[in-house]
Design a protein around this ligand. Sequence first.
Ligand code: CA
Length: 226
Amino acid sequence: MPKILLVEDEPNMRIGLKDNMEFEGYDVEFANDGEEGLKKILENKYDLILLDVMLPKMSGFDVCKKVRQQNNLTPIILLTAKGEEVDKVLGLELGADDYVTKPFSLRELLARIKAILRRSESSVVRNEIVKIGRLEVHFESYNAVEDEASVQMSHKEFELLKYLFDHKNQTVSRDDLLKNVWQDVYLTSRTIDNFIVRLRQKIESDANNPKIIITVHGIGYKLIAQ
Ligand code: CA
């Protein structure tokens, strides 16, 4: 049974979500504020975290950042307030995997939970270490290593890299990436470009002169590999 942590300070929201998620067959735990949430995340193993942004003691953004700093790659869905466009982008750049905007429909949230849990499972298909630039990457365990030292990468960075690698030596458009890696047409291509910049810093010998993830002007990107 997938185990989900819900970090949310509004009691009504907690109760409503808990009942519905349990009905869907998830095991749900709570945290009431950011500090408690962070503590639980770092001490337990969850399949997914639903993380409100506006929380007492520590914001959802800070929780997200601290979780990723600990190399903890548990998928995170942020619950943001309506109209916080900037916050959504910021959240994804801090390492969140997805977000839903309040007020959201339960159906939408459940669909996103399912999609993320499915993606975590499907990444278990290939069990091999591949060499990409400076990194040795094990997609199954979301692990990247350089010179035997672990390299910190978010869940989303792995998924982006995996998608490019699965389509290596082919041009992949930004629209393809939005659709297949983010499942979101509302994000701007600038967010993708920022992710690419970060991947290059980890992969390329010279991030300013990329030889592995190259830009295909006006279209998107291409990952060059054997
Ligand atoms: Ca709140």
